[in-house]
Design a protein around this ligand. Structure first.
Ligand code: PMP
Length: 445
């Protein structure tokens, strides 16, 4: 009997009692390779000694001080570190406790910026159908995951919606990648025009889509085109890097690989690596300057912002990433994982697409490779694969549900940056076995 309202109300999940390196252990003593880092969170794995030591030091010194009275050394040091490694022009950081809170803060900061500079008529956000930005009401409103939004849709703010950047399914057979990118950008331009280019606050998107479809980057030229489009109309560009950021794709920020700097950027998950709940908004200096000169405050706030324990954990995580030069390692291990995934799945008639960057990989299942027809949604293949993979001792993040009227089954891998090649071999072997088992069980071989 559990008194916790769990994610699934149908059954109580297994009890996790320990973790070390890339492994988690349940109460029955079974070990799992954490190949999704939870939900792309545990970038350094579990029980990382330097992070644990930093947290111990912080709790001995100061566990909490409300930010309306004080800042703390550790919060300031973390902000300095993040700004020193931020995309061009991002000079300020606002700390929160997670991804959804970061998105909420970014949306409000963007709106306040326009009020401060005398453009209060800007009231709309534009975002993509293939997206997830969090589960609080503002973040859910900008997100485009139908399954998550459905029952709340009537109480969500209206958001301008455009197509996802989903080349595998949406680029036409006779269309070049360049033409596809141009088509996507033209649709965004048209949406800005439709809403009024002086009425739009911001465009919100994930540089590499995570929780909705699994590790999908936009086609070449999309982000530079988007940046130019937003600049043309004075619309802000918000990059949601909650899942794909903080080193996950092999550069500290995913936008670095797109060669642009957003106006606001949300980070979380890998920022604290799961050691503490923490997220943040990185902001261009001119946005903060407008608030400073105007109201003199950001009209927002939560009780636990800038929490010293969370800041200490995040600072330690980020220092380990830097000290151990984990970015080149993410790229190298990511390339290895890519090779192993292709070796294992290319001949599988039901693996339609393998895509990703760094240590962020998605595998998409289809009934038929040529037509790309998905499996029957009622089978919930993604959930069956997750369960079978767990039985095989590997954790992967499943995604399903309807997007743009199409069902899909996707598996996301986001292992800790410290994972070894032999551990990646085990991940691919156990996941491969889980996929084979589930396909056979459902009559698809
Ligand atoms: N944005 C993105 C891109 C995410 O992937 C997520 C979480 N999966 C969120 C926001 C919400 O973060 P959280 O669950 O920490 O509130």
């Amino acid at each position: 009997m559990s008194h916790v309202i769990h994610r699934s109300l149908a059954k109580v999940p297994l009890v996790a009692v320990g973790g070390k390196g890339v492994q988690l252990f349940d109460k029955a003593g079974k070990a799992y390779i954490d190949a999704s880092g939870g939900a792309a969170v545990s970038c350094l794995g579990h029980a990382q000694p330097d992070v644990m030591a930093a947290m111990h030091r912080q709790i001995d010194q100061l566990a909490y001080a409300h930010t309306s009275f004080f800042t703390t050394e550790v919060q300031e040091e973390l902000a300095d570190h993040l700004v020193a490694h931020a995309p061009a022009g991002m000079t300020d950081v606002y700390f929160v406790s997670g991804g959804s809170e970061a998105v909420e803060a970014a949306l409000k900061m963007a709106r306040q910026y326009f009020v401060e500079i005398g453009q209060p008529e800007r009231t709309h956000f534009v975002a993509r159908r293939q997206s997830y930005h969090g589960n609080t009401l503002g973040a859910l409103a900008v997100g485009g995951n139908e399954w998550r939004r459905k029952q709340f849709a009537p109480i969500l703010m209206d958001v301008g919606r455009v197509a996802p950047a989903y080349e595998y399914r949406d680029r036409r057979a006779d269309e070049s990648q360049q033409a596809y990118t141009a088509r996507l950008l033209a649709e965004i331009d048209a949406k800005f025009q439709e809403l009024g280019t002086d009425k739009v606050i911001a465009f919100v998107a994930e540089p590499v889509v995570g929780a909705t479809l699994g590790a999908i980057a936009a086609p070449a030229g999309y982000w530079t085109g988007l940046r130019a489009l937003c600049d043309r109309y004075g619309i802000l560009l918000i990059a949601d890097e909650v899942m794909c950021g903080m080193g996950r794709t092999g550069s500290l920020h995913a936008v670095e690989q797109e060669g642009i700097s957003p106006d606001l950027m949300t980070i979380a998950k890998g920022l604290g690596g799961g050691y503490q709940p923490i997220g943040a908004v990185l902001a261009q200096g001119r946005i903060v300057e407008a608030m400073r000169k105007g109201s003199g405050l950001f009209q927002h706030g939560h009780t636990y912002i800038g929490h010293p324990m969370a800041a200490a954990a995040a600072l330690a995580v980020q220092k380990v990433i830097q000290r151990d030069q984990l970015m080149p390692q993410v790229l190298a291990r990511g390339a290895y994982l890519q090779k192993q995934l292709h070796a294992r799945f290319d001949t599988n008639p039901h693996v339609g697409d393998i895509r990703g960057r760094g240590l962020f990989w998605g595998v998409e299942l289809v009934q038929d490779k040529d037509s790309k027809a998905p499996f029957d949604a009622a089978l919930k293949l993604h959930a069956q694969i997750k369960a079978q993979a767990m039985a095989n001792g590997v954790l992967c993040y499943p995604m399903g549900g309807t997007i743009d009227g199409k069902h899909g089954d996707h598996i996301l891998l986001a292992p800790p940056f410290i994972i070894s090649e032999s551990e990646l071999d085990q991940v691919v072997e156990r996941l491969g076995d889980a996929i084979d088992t589930v396909l056979a069980r459902n009559g698809a071989t």
